[in-house]
Write a protein that binds this ligand. Sequence first.
Ligand SMILES: *Cc1c(COP(=O)(O)O)cnc(C)c1O
Length: 526
Amino acid sequence: MDTEAFLTASYARIRARAAVTPGTSVPTLPTAAQLTQARASLPGRGEEATALAQGRGPAATVGHLVDDIAPALAGHNRSGRYFGFVTGSCLPIAEAADNLVSALDQNVQVHLPGQSAATDVEDAALRLLIRLLRLDEDPAITWEGRTFTTGATASNILGLACGREAVVAARLPAGSPSVGELGLLGACAAAGVRSIEVLTSLGHSSLAKAAAVVGVGRASVRELPRSAAEPWGLDLEGVEAALAAGAAAGVAAVIAVSAGEVNTGRFATRGGADMRRLRALADRYRAWVHVDGAFGIFARALPDTPEFAALRAAAGGLELADSITVDGHKLLNVPYDTGIFFTRKSATLHAVFQNPNAAYLAAPSDTAAIPSPLNIGIENSRRFRALPAYAVLVSEGAAGVGAMLARGVRAARGIAAAVLRDLAADYELLPAAADDGDDDARVAATHVVVLLRARDPGLNADLAARVQAGAEWYASATRWAGAPACRVAVASWRVDPVADVALVRDGLARIAREWRAEKDAAAAGN
Ligand SMILES: *Cc1c(COP(=O)(O)O)cnc(C)c1O
């Protein structure tokens, strides 16, 4: 078969396997039999040499991928009811763009304006995102440090790497080389910095991982919760006290703002006033403000209507940060793996990520408006992952993206309201009311994550497992306030804010009924 015929036939087989018939719903998880078949079809341990001895050829291999492996993969791109983790789907236009990326296999490494427009597309996508997220509302604030990453974890690594660079450099004698040049140990010795603290509230686990990667250390991440009832909220007094104590003790700081927190979707700051206060503190104490806005920052792109005013306000002021993490593969619904990173100055990124002395990698235009990606991020060679994001932004525009985000919020709020109003006998909405106010206020505080638990501890212990077992919809198991909890995160463009809310409500009600019947049967049997 010739190349074109092979590819056309292969895409047709892939589409036949991945298609979703309108009006039908697809299981969120593979069956046990499909998983078994897929595993049995792989080369077993010890069979590697046999498997490699003779290639099966492309046609048979496509059959193996489509018929054995594909059925054993999770359904989060084909189902709007996969509410696990914060796993987005992939918009059709993004999937089409991603196929183009593979078809033309670009390596977006060096800005070579005479040879490829890829870096220009990447830059355009980043500029569109800055506008979408309204990070440019203050003309004094620019984001010339910007790049695509593999996800929020990588963006958090960039954020802490830039923060480390800046807070230590601010304490080095004038004219010193960068921290990237000197290394953290040498630079800290020269700057009189004893340690670098990361001050946060319910920072995502990847923040601690990033702290380890950049040499700051997981143990340097300090939780400063506003209160026991609102552990996601950042205690600004506590931040000020930590900065003041640190200043006297040779401790530099990065303030990491969770926007929002992964279990509750709540924001560490309460809007512009909190962010202005953090900005002033950071300026006074030469600290760095990093916002982990993986999914929460998309609250800023919701429609400007009363329905979303509280969320937009809660995400206010985030543009006052020094650096920002954004996930693409979550709420933007572009394929894995896509993250975005913004910082004010591209010089900070260059100080960390510059490739020195590699003449063949130098672009004549590295001083121009578009830097070579390889000098501002982790990878040298990398995928053209900007194209699907660019395609979504061009295709949908701010209104289309806003409408998609609004559907997700409405679905999450519908589920939160159902838990409060229809399911209250068996389930409890988390976080517990605290100073959230009445039910309406709690529903209005819901972004895309709904945290809940069953009132009966026995049911609660395996609630997520019971949800997952049906494969009709999916929720994650997590823990909240020392007990198991169930997290429903709406992140797919496919979600139906009416039908899917009803499905979750009815599903939770049935699980509670079945649990009571099992308990009654067990009691009768005794
Ligand atoms: C998901 C998430 C991360 C990690 O993102 P990846 O894209 O999985 O690397 C980091 N921070 C927050 C707040 C998140 O929600």
